[in-house]
Structure formats: C-alpha cells, structure tokens
Design a protein around this ligand. Structure first.
Ligand code: ATP
Length: 794
C-alpha cells in the first residue's frame, strides 16, 4: 500500500516536473508572442479610426475619440511604442516613469487641441453660428475647462506649454537648455573667429611679447569637437579662445559631449580576438554608436539553448541577470575631468581632454598633451593625480596604442557588476562560430569582449589570491558549456587545490573525472602530449593539417556513407589547470616539459591549455612556459615585479581586484583593461545540476584514458626512484647472462650500496631473479623481452 502511494507520488512529481520543464521550454517565446499580440491589437485600434473594423472597431473608435478627440489618431502608435518600451526594459522603473510622462504629454496635446478648436469654434460660431467641434475629447475638455476656470486663457496656455515641454524633456532625456546653449555658442564662435581674424591683422608682429600670457589663458581650452578631433599637429590650441570665462563654458559643454557611458541597454559589440581594441575615437562615432543602441532588437536570445540534438543546453534562465542602473554621474565625471586637467595645469602640463570612456568599474580619460610635453612628465605625476582626485589607484597608459593620446584610468565611485548572463545573451557571443568562444567581460568603453580560445591558443591566468581567477575560470568553462556539446569539446580539469573545480564533477564534457592528485595531473598532461602525437598521425593518414580539416574529411565520408569506427570526428580538448604552482612543486621538470611540448604543437591538434596560478613567480611561470603560452590574463597583483612576470610590463599592480583584469591575448600590441564577467557558485551549481539531470551522464568517462593516465602516474613515480644506470645495467646483465653486485660496482664504478640497490630494482622489474644464497642470481629476460619492457614502462 505504502509502496503504491510512494509510486503514485513519484509519478505525480515526475509529471509536475515535466510540465514545469515544458513551461520553461516555452519561456523564451513568451515575450515575442506578447509583442506580436500587442502589435496586432494596436494595428486593429489604428485601423478602427477609419471605420473599417466592423462593429467592435467602431465602438472602440467612438469611445477613444470621445476620450482623446483628434489626438486619438496617434494614440495607438504611441501606445504600441510604450508597450514595447516596457517589455524590452523589463518594466524597469525608468521605463514606467517615461510611460507616465508620455501619457501626460498626450493629455496635454489633447488639451492643446481642445484650446485650438475652442478658439476656432468661437470663430466658426461667429461666422456660421451654431457649429461646434470638440477637438480634445473628454480629457482635453476636462483639463482645458478646469485650467480655464482657475487660470484664465493666458494662464492655461502657459501651464499646458510648460507641462508639455517638461514631459518632452523627461521622455527624451534631452536638455532643451543645452540646445539653446549650443545655438548661442555657434554664433559666438563665428563672431570670435571674425574677431580673431581682424585681431590677427592688427597684432601682426607683436605676437612674441604676448605669447606667454596667451599660453596661460589658453591652457584650459578644450577643442570644439564639432570641428573634429584635434590632430597631433593641432594639439597646441590656436588663439581662438581669449577670455577665461568663455573657456570654462566651452569646457563644460565639451566634457558632456565627450563622456561615453555604456548605457545598460547598449547592445555591445565584441572585438575580433586578434585586433587591438580601441575606445571610440571621435564624437561623431560616439553619436552613431548611441543611435545604434536605440535600434537594437528587443532581446537577443542566443541560439545555444534552442538547438536540437542529444545534448540539452542549459537554459539562460538558470543564470542571474545584471541590474540595470541609470547613468546619471555625468556631473561627477565632468568634475573629475576638470580636476585632472587643473592638476596637470598646476604642474605646468597643458593637456586637452579628448575622450572620456566610462567602463563598468573604471573610467578612462584620454589626454592629448600640448606639443613639447614629455609623456614621462605625465607618468611621473601619477601620485599627484591620485592625491588630487582622491582615487584609490590610477593607471596611466602612455601612450594609448595607435592614438596620439595618453589614457588615465580612474576607478569609478560605484562599480557595475558585469553578469555572465548579460554577456552570453549578447549577440556576439551567440553568433561566435567557435565552440570554445570565451565571454571575457567588458572593456572600458562598455563593449563586450568575446575571445576564441582556439586562437589564443593557450592561456595563462595569474593574479594574487582573491583577485578573481576562479570566477574567470568559471566563466570560461561556462562559456564552453553554453556553446558546445560534449561531442564537440571535451574538458580535462586539473585542480590540485581540490575545492575550485570539483563543482563540475559529473558534467558530460569531462573527459576524465576532475583530477586532484598532482602526480596524476602531470600524467594527464603527458597523456595529452601522447594524444597530440596520435592526432597528428591520424591527420597524416588522411592528408590534412589540422583538426578542422580532419573533421571535415570525416563529415564528407559520413555523407558518402563510409563512417568507420576509428574514423570519427575528434573533439577539441581544453585542459584547465587551477594552480600550476602545486603541480610545479611535485614534478617541475616533467610538468614544464609537457606544457612546452603541448603548447608548441597542440594548436593544430585542437588541444588547448588554460593555466592559472596565484604565484606569479619565475619558479612557477618559468621562461619556457611563458614563451610557449602566448595569451595572458593578469589580475590584480601586489607588485610591479609580479606584473612583469605575467605580462612583461607593469600595470597589473594598479588593478582593483574583483575581476578587474589586463587581458593580453596573442596578437594584441598591448593588454586591454577588462572588467571580467561574474558568475556565482550557485549559478554554476544550477547549470551543473541541470547538465547532470538532463544529459544522462553515466560514469563512462574515457575508461581507457583514465587507465593510461593512472599507469603513466605509476610509471612516473617508479621512474623517479629508479637509478640512472638502470637501463644500462639491465642491458649489461642480459648481455653477459650473469648478475652480480660486484660486476655492477666494477663496470659502473659505483659503491656497494648503490650497486645493491640497483640490483634490487632490476629484481623488482623482473629482469633478474631473487637472491639464492651463494649462487649468482638468474637472468630472467631476453633482449627482446627487455625491449618490450622498455616500451611499456620506461
Ligand atoms: N568579475 C567579478 N566581478 C565582481 N566580483 C568579482 C569578480 N571576480 C571575483 N569577484 C569577487 O572576488 C572574490 C574572489 O574571487 P575569486 O575566488 O575568483 O578569487 P581567486 O583569485 O580565485 O582567489 P584564490 O586564488 O584565493 O582562489 C569573489 O568571491 C567575488 O566576490
């Protein structure tokens, strides 16, 4: 009975689970369906204006015309746009506010119509007596009559205009005053230029004496970006601005224009992994980018979760969304820019601020020094800048690669977390063709950085403890889990620290269970070296040069119906080592050797290494490893020396921690600063749980590979203990067919103790027999047998 009940409960819970799962499967389409329904509804409303939507359409139209009057012609369109705004912004408070102000604006427009038509009515009544027209509908009439009663004609017009303008400003977030100011400035500059031209003529010849004074006055000048960005040759300001007050007005206006903020709804673009990233260069491009952001699709759903196949991709809903924060710190940035310029000014360094990029945790101010200013002078003022800006730390990039400018990076007062989900929902990640694309984070301009591990082709991640390495490795693994099936990519995780990667135990992508024993770890690396060799042999057999070519050949033969057991597609393999230092302590030579051999040849074989360490010392990251692992990520470290060990230059010691990194993949001229994506342990747990539940992972990891790795570990352990004359001694004994300690002593010129130990080892290996009193030991192996032994164990 009890068993029956339990079974019943089990079946009902399974059914519930299935229903919940089905609901989850449809979840991504709900928004799309909602948008379509809303769109159809508003088309219907709009068409009903023209009396072509039957009885219901006419009734609705009569009702709304009664409410809004003439304004109703635009109401369906505006209402549709408002609903889209709400849906695409997840009903954020800002979107709701904008909707409210738009409704207020519509009411004001109705009131205006009401007023206009009221006047027109009075005029019509005067001419044609008796004809009436209620232009603003019920709403317009209500507001209009109330205002008219309380404030009279002129007062009502004033209030309606004021409320309308305020609504427009709040909805569009555009300052009306700045438009006016721009218009005024435009004329003033024209006038200034005229004045300058006249003056130039007048003061010809007297320039020298006034030079120094003018220079001082000009020092706070920021170029007018309407005329384009200053060229290096134009860096020293021309005598355009003369009066001090004008300069500061100009500066204020320009700073506002310069600020580039990654708006939360910005559709970020990733950078091709091999190209150096540059922040936006000109005002024009910034404006364009801004425009682009406004026409982005409602939501980009990566195809990764809807693809068919045996492997069920984890849904994005298992991950947390980033919070959308509004960027209202323009004033703060403007003040910092002014302070920065003033500080440099005080030390006699004249600069022009040409760009401000506000990233998730750091803002970069781009300075253009005046002709004749030494870059080193600005670099040497780092501490003074830090003091004046009261910043925890600043990093100076002098010069910014490919630009005639210096970048000063100042930490933001409030950090914006870059959530991993936001990156994988980004179009670029979804569209990345590589199966081992890695969503790294966001750069200073707020752009998403997606890189291809295949192109790296090996990556070293280093930084002090607590700087964000483990989170970075988690995002790397998660990027793969959201992108590739276990048939496409296999992972080997080596975690001597035991705690970091064990969370992934049981996922279908693992080639072998997470390796925690350092001895087995170095064998796993050796297995990868062997696998690389075998892959190269396979490539040679079918005359291809790399994994892509091989897999294409396999695909071709499958199409031709010639699939064979040993001619299957090969997966890419990513080997992740979390804490290289622990491996280097156990078997430094062997680990270094394996890493070097792998890194030299593994790229074409589709085997990639990701190595992390918290000890960026030369004992761990040896010269050989460094030379062979070309891509690096440096997290915050304690000293410039450590920074140089990782990326061959200072800079990582200035990082802020918590995922703030210098990303330096091969092919970049200089590292770029990136705020790494964040993923919590809970999110990782949910994804792993999902993969284990949905993908039926039986514990059938490559058993043969495991065995190989284990025997290799045993081999390694015994070979460490084996005497260096072992092989020679065995050969000598087999050759002479006689085994005695004295002969070993004599031939190899070693002491009695060592020779006795050597004999014991030969006995353990089964080459010679046990001691038999005074009789000499028996020789048990022939030359051929020893050759076989060598192949298997040496
Ligand atoms: N990208 C990020 N965004 C925000 N916070 C982060 C980010 N990365 C790491 N952190 C914060 O820093 C803490 C430490 O990160 P993490 O555990 O990755 O450091 P670690 O370098 O691996 O340290 P250890 O070497 O001791 O394991 C995290 O718990 C998290 O709070």
């Amino acid at each position: 009975m009890a068993a029956k009940k339990t079974r019943k409960r089990k079946t009902s819970s399974a059914a519930k689970k299935r229903t919940r799962k089905r609901q989850k499967d449809f979840a991504p389409f709900y928004k799309e369906i909602a948008v379509l329904v809303v769109f159809a509804l508003f088309i219907f409303l709009f068409l009903s204006n023209f009396g072509i939507c039957g009885y219901i359409g006419n009734s609705i139209s009569t009702f709304f015309f009664g409410a809004f009057g003439t304004t109703y012609y635009i109401v369906p369109i505006v209402a549709f746009l408002l609903v889209i705004l709400l849906i695409s912004n997840d009903y954020s408070s800002l979107a709701i506010k904008k909707v409210c102000f738009t409704i207020l604006l519509l009411c004001m427009i109705s009131t205006i119509f009401q007023m206009v038509f009221e006047v027109k009515d009075a005029y019509s009544a005067f001419l044609f007596s008796g004809r009436t027209h209620r232009g603003g509908g019920f709403i317009g009439a209500l507001i209009g009559s109330f205002l008219y009663k309380e404030l009279g004609g002129a007062g009502s017009v004033l209030v309606v205009m004021l409320v309308s303008i305020i609504s427009v400003i709040l909805v569009t977030e555009r300052s009306l005053l700045s438009f006016l100011k721009k218009a005024v400035d435009f004329f003033m500059i024209e006038e200034d230029e005229e004045r300058t031209a006249v003056k130039k003529q007048r003061v010809k010849g007297k320039k020298e004496s006034k030079g120094s004074e003018l220079k001082k006055k000009r020092s706070l000048n920021i170029p007018d970006l309407r005329l384009g960005r200053p060229k290096p040759s134009e860096a020293s300001p021309m005598p355009v601005m003369e009066e001090e007050p004008r300069a500061s007005v100009q500066m204020q206006k320009d700073f506002d224009d310069l600020i580039v903020q990654p708006a939360p709804e910005v559709e970020e673009r990733s950078i091709e992994p091999m190209e150096p990233v540059q922040p936006k260069a000109s005002k024009r491009s910034l404006v364009n980018k801004d425009k682009e952001t406004r026409i982005k699709p409602v939501e980009i759903l990566p195809q990764v979760r809807t693809r068919e196949g045996d492997y069920k991709f984890p849904p994005v809903s298992l991950l947390e969304k980033g919070k959308k924060t509004s960027n209202n710190n323009k004033e703060e940035l403007r003040q910092t820019a002014q302070k920065l310029q003033k500080t440099l000014e005080d030390f006699g360094v004249h600069v022009t601020i040409t760009n401000i990029s506000c990233g998730p945790s750091v803002t970069q101010f781009e300075l253009h020094p005046e002709q004749g200013v030494k870059v080193s002078k600005i670099v040497n003022l780092a501490d003074d800048i830090k003091l004046n800006l009261a910043a925890a730390d600043i990093r100076i990039e002098a010069p910014i690669p490919g630009k005639p400018a210096i970048g000063i990076e100042v930490p933001n007062k409030t950090n914006q977390m870059v959530m991993f989900r936001d990156l994988i929902e980004n179009q670029e990640f979804a569209q990345a063709r590589s199966k081992i694309a890695f969503a790294v984070g966001k750069n200073l301009a707020g752009q998403v950085i997606v890189s291809d591990i295949a192109k790296m082709p090996h990556l070293l991640i280093a930084g002090a403890t607590g700087s964000g390495k483990s989170v970075c490795i988690n995002t790397l693994i998660m990027s793969i889990l959201y992108k590739a099936t276990p048939e496409e990519v296999k992972l080997i995780m080596i975690d001597p620290k035991v705690v970091e990667l064990s969370a992934y135990q049981g996922i279908p992508h693992l080639l072998i269970p997470v390796v925690t024993d350092p001895k087995q770890a170095s064998s796993a690396l050796n297995w990868a070296v062997m696998e690389m060799g075998e892959r190269y042999k396979k490539f040679a057999e079918v005359n291809v040069r790399n994994l892509t070519g091989y897999n294409e050949k396999v695909e071709e033969s499958i199409k031709n119906g010639m699939e064979g057991e040993d001619f299957k597609k090969l997966p890419q393999i990513v080997i992740i080592v979390d804490e290289l230092a622990d491996l280097m302590m156990v078997a430094p030579g062997e680990v270094e050797d394996a890493i070097v051999r792998l890194s030299q040849l593994a790229r074409a074989a589709g085997i990639h290494l990701v190595i992390a360490t918290q000890r960026p010392s030369v004992n761990v990251i040896t010269g050989l490893i460094k030379a062979n692992v070309p891509s690096r990520i440096a997290f915050s470290v304690s000293s410039g020396v450590d920074s140089r060990t990782i990326i061959d230059m200072n800079g990582a010691e200035k990082l802020l921690g918590k995922g703030d990194m210098l990303f330096y993949p091969s092919g970049y001229q200089k590292p770029i600063r990136v705020q790494g994506a964040f993923i919590s342990d809970e999110e990782v747990g949910k994804v792993v749980e999902f993969l284990k539940e949905e993908n039926n992972v039986e514990d059938n990891y490559g058993a043969d590979i495991q065995e190989k790795i284990q025997t290799a570990a045993v081999k390694a352990a015994t070979s460490q203990e084996r005497d260096e004359y072992f092989e020679d001694a065995a050969k000598f004994i087999i050759d002479k067919d006689k085994a005695s300690i004295a002969s070993l002593q004599r031939v190899f010129k070693i002491g009695f103790n060592r020779a006795a130990r050597l004999m014991d080892q030969l006995c353990e290996a089964g080459i010679v027999g046990e001691e038999e009193g005074t009789k000499p030991r028996k020789v048990l192996m022939s030359e051929e047998q020893f050759e076989q032994y060598k192949e298997d164990y040496l």
